[in-house]
Design a protein around this ligand. Structure first.
Ligand code: IFM
Length: 457
């Protein structure tokens, strides 16, 4: 099976386009209570009966904390330009305030130096969901006091690593933290309260903007931005009630974040819908949120189809589904990127996560994951198409480097291009990793010769 990317599409990737792979701390590190690390809300949430599908947790995960050198070599073997990782806030500052944990910081020091020694650009994320439990006890993201705690943490991390990392992302997917964590309660901290969710979203955005201002004021050298999980949202039918439901969903997922970040205002229709649950916004908050970014990161997995009765059946879409039950819809990525470029004044865009869970089997040291390779190749082509149509795309990162703890789904859902045997913790590159490596090799060769030959690997 070959996975071709059209030559015209390929030719649109600029020479300095950044190719990478991504992970997050809680999903891979393990060592959840070692070397002075404090507890996070995900450590707590995993202990709630029924919260995690397979009753697992991140205590060991992929044991990345103890296998750093091996994993750095693995990343380097793929030939990527960049590695996106997150810092576990409670590892470096166990209670989210005050005392700093030097052993924890030392781990990220070694990670960053190890990447640089291998010629890989470090892309650091400050918040990929594992908030220190001590801050949750004071109200977590629903409390305004957490905003200043985050700004302090961001500044301290910059003073330790900012001279060596290429980019700092404040938050990964604030919608997930706010909505799944505080409204539906399926993710940590497991609250079911819409008002808290909306307030948490506001504080996440505010802390992002204030962190950018503080980082720039102290001379931060890294590129600064935020990562949103976005999808194009459409109605299931042409009925007016479905159109209205889709518009509201688009408001809560896309415009609720894009409008304050790039227009300095929350969308009026969503505010009206929220009524008494609308956030408490102080004078100057929206100006701070709209602080210009150096890049915007997008995580894209699928589109959204909405019916007013909530009865759209994804299995009737005619498209393949991943093991998460998500529709494979690469065209949605091009549509989304074109819209972001058209409707907001966006800085250079990165796809900071894209990938798929499928049921993999390791046989004779190989995982023949053709569906995943096909998924990745088609989404890279979708990015190329956006570039061809004028969208300022700067990079693409596969989610994920390796199989890991998929939050409430536990370890059953495998997103990695590298297989992890959870009994032995052995890593085995899947066929998709071998494909990506060969694709990147050809990209480099194309860069060198400026060739427009199709890549067929
Ligand atoms: O595993 C997650 C990641 O942590 C955030 N974005 C979506 C991925 C797949 O669900």
């Amino acid at each position: 099976m070959t996975f071709a990317i059209p030559p015209a599409t390929l030719a649109s990737f600029p020479q300095d386009f950044v190719w990478g792979v991504a992970t997050s701390a809680y999903q891979i590190e393990g060592a959840a209570a070692e070397d002075g690390k404090g507890p996070s809300i995900w450590d707590d949430f995993c202990r709630v009966p029924g919260a995690i599908a397979d009753a697992s947790d991140g205590l060991v995960a992929c044991d990345h904390y103890h296998r750093l050198e091996e994993d750095l070599d693995l990343i380097a073997s793929l030939g990527v330009d960049a590695y996106r990782f997150s810092v576990s806030w409670p590892r470096v500052q166990p209670t989210g305030a005050g005392a700093w944990n030097e052993q924890g910081v030392g781990f990220y020091d070694r990670l960053v130096d190890g990447l640089l020694a291998r010629g890989i650009q470090p892309y650091l994320t400050l918040n990929h969901w594992d908030l220190p439990s001590a801050l949750q006890a004071q109200g977590g993201w629903a409390a305004r006091s957490t905003v200043q705690r985050f700004v302090d943490y961001a500044c301290r991390m910059d003073r330790r690593l900012g001279d060596r990392v290429r980019a700092i992302t404040t938050h990964n997917e604030p919608w997930v933290v706010a909505t799944l964590g505080h409204e539906t309660g399926v993710f940590a901290p497991g609250l079911k309260d819409r008002r808290s969710a909306v307030q948490a979203a506001h504080h996440l955005l505010l802390s992002h903007g204030l962190a950018l201002q503080a980082l720039r004021a102290q001379g931060c050298k890294a590129q600064l931005g935020l990562v949103l999980n976005l999808s194009p949202i459409g109605p299931a039918t042409d009925r007016p009630d479905d159109a209205a439901a889709a518009r509201l969903e688009d408001g809560r997922l896309v415009r609720w974040y894009m409008d304050p970040l790039f227009k300095g205002e929350y969308p009026a229709d969503v505010l009206q819908h929220l009524g008494a649950d609308a956030p408490q916004v102080h004078e100057g908050d929206l100006r701070a949120i709209a602080t210009p970014m150096d890049f915007l990161g997008i995580n894209y997995y699928t589109r959204g189809v909405v019916s007013a009765r909530g009865d759209w059946d994804v299995t009737t879409s005619g498209h393949a589904l991943t093991d998460m039950g998500w529709e494979v819809y690469p065209r949605g990525l091009t549509e989304l990127l074109l819209r972001l470029h058209r409707d907001w004044q966006v800085p250079p865009l990165f796809v900071k996560e894209n990938g798929a869970a499928f049921k993999d089997t390791l046989v004779g040291g190989r995982v023949h994951d053709a569906e995943r390779t096909d998924y990745i190749a088609r989404h890279i082509a979708a990015v190329g198409e956006a570039l061809r149509q004028g969208v300022p795309m700067a990079g693409y990162m596969v989610w994920s480097l390796m199989d890991n703890f998929e939050w409430a789904s536990g370890y059953a859902k495998r997103f990695g291009i590298v297989h992890v045997d959870y009994a032995t913790l052995a890593r085995t590159p899947k066929d998709s990793a071998l494909w990506y490596r060969e694709f990147l090799r050809q990209q480099r060769a194309r860069r060198a010769t400026a060739s427009t030959e199709p890549v067929e690997v």
